[in-house]
Ligand binder design. Sequence first.
Ligand code: MF3
Ligand code: CO
Ligand code: CO
Length: 254
Amino acid sequence: MSVTIKTPEQQEKMRVAGRLAADVLDMIGGYVKPGISTDELDRICHEYITDVQDAIPAPLNYKGFPKSICTSVNHVVCHGIPGDKILKAGDSINIDITVIKDGFHGDTSRMFFAGKPNIQAKRLSEIAFESMWLGIEELGHGKRLGDIGAAVQKNVERNRFSVVREYCGHGIGQVFHEDPQVLHYGKRDTGLELREGMTLTIEPMVNAGKANVRLLPDGWTVVTKDHSLSAQWEHTCLITKNGFEVLTLGADSR
Ligand code: MF3
Ligand code: CO
Ligand code: CO
């Protein structure tokens, strides 16, 4: 597969899909409370995406994924499958939403807390958020993928956390996961040169302990090997002549 450049018309469709994905996160945030199950969060998002937005939840049946959203709680790094797990006070959860509208994908995730956040979990989430933004701010015509990875990695490690290596950001468009792979670590002035019209995600997974991860036997759920907490934020971005446009900003501009 090669890197696709979106035409202005396609960019507009990416804006619409990105907006819808962000709207789902804005909608679901208020439901994240102690006592709710991840299945219930999935059901509410599924209904909103299909009935209100007239869009498609991209994860459902994607390579066999059984649900419409990913819910990754505490030490789950990514791709958590909604189920009968009930959130308890202090739990942190990443909710990852990808919608398809008019053939184009919008992909975004945020961290939420059930009740009062655990102080370490809150800090981890803040550093993951800040690191994602430092990566996004590197984007621009002529910049290179290594610039993004280096900016993210530097901030994570400066705070004595670690960057997950096995999963990364990606090009996105009519295909969920397009080229290029967007690593969240690396060296400046290396890697693919970015061009106006590319769309890609920045979605660092940051662990409180070691970077190592393990895939559970369900074939999807990724957890930290040392069971330390993990946090992730994700935006879909468009490369522009003068920099970037974030396509998945929420109502509070996160
Ligand atoms: N939304 C995830 C990402 O950011 C991918 C989820 S794939 C799924 O790339 F099948 F687990 F949903
Ligand atoms: Co993604
Ligand atoms: Co995602």
